[in-house]
Ligand binder design. Sequence first.
Ligand code: CIR
Length: 253
Amino acid sequence: MFKHAIVRTPCPEMIHGITSSKLGKPDYALALNQHKEYVEALRSLGLEITVLEPDSSFPDSTFVEDVALCTFGLSVVTNPGAASRKGEQIDMEMVLGSFYDSIEHIEAPGTLEAGDVMMAGRHFYIGISDRTNHQGADQMIHILERYRMTGEKIEINQLLHLKSGMSYLEDNNLLVQNGSLNHPAFYKFRKIKTGADEDYAANSLWVNGTVLVPAGFPITRNNIEQAGYPTITLDVSEFEKLDGGLSCLSLRF
Ligand code: CIR
């Protein structure tokens, strides 16, 4: 069960964040409202929330998930692969210092963004992407092993991050994009599919038994509910415009 979450309020410069989408620029005022609702949803699930101030130096800094991996007794500060995101992790490390005794680091030339890291118990799947390279993933695996956890690399393509395409919902249930069910690394999981044309909803978020699902993806939500989970639907349209999803907006531990 998670007890804490760290989030960062989006900054006005978010409208210049990195994106591959053709959905247009985010509406900042709407993004602020959506972010507040996201925080309230996490709070309603029992989490104590640390809300960080907007950081205008980094347009994408609301996507806090990418700059650290938070897990059992260990936090790993990452080295983001995107040039405009390098440095976001420095402030986060100071925040994590009040929660963790052990903080490790991904060092250049390794790059890793934790949107590429999917936790399933004490095992971690690490996507090799445009943001996370082999050195970064290897460093992460070595760190995890020192703390009696394990990791493995997964080559991905056509996804920003591994978790853009799948989410572990605990209890052996893996939510996956409809078209990408067959990766051998995931054979042992029971698969819950997104709806056709609902790829974005593959980034849904398990929090203490409930699954947060992005608004506008009813088939996926129904499939998750059929698997036995209560859901909370949240509109995150302004973050989708920047290729970001529900998991990207918080660190949970
Ligand atoms: C980026 O491209 O870095 C941001 N616009 C979106 C990051 C989304 N983060 C995530 O999937 N964990």
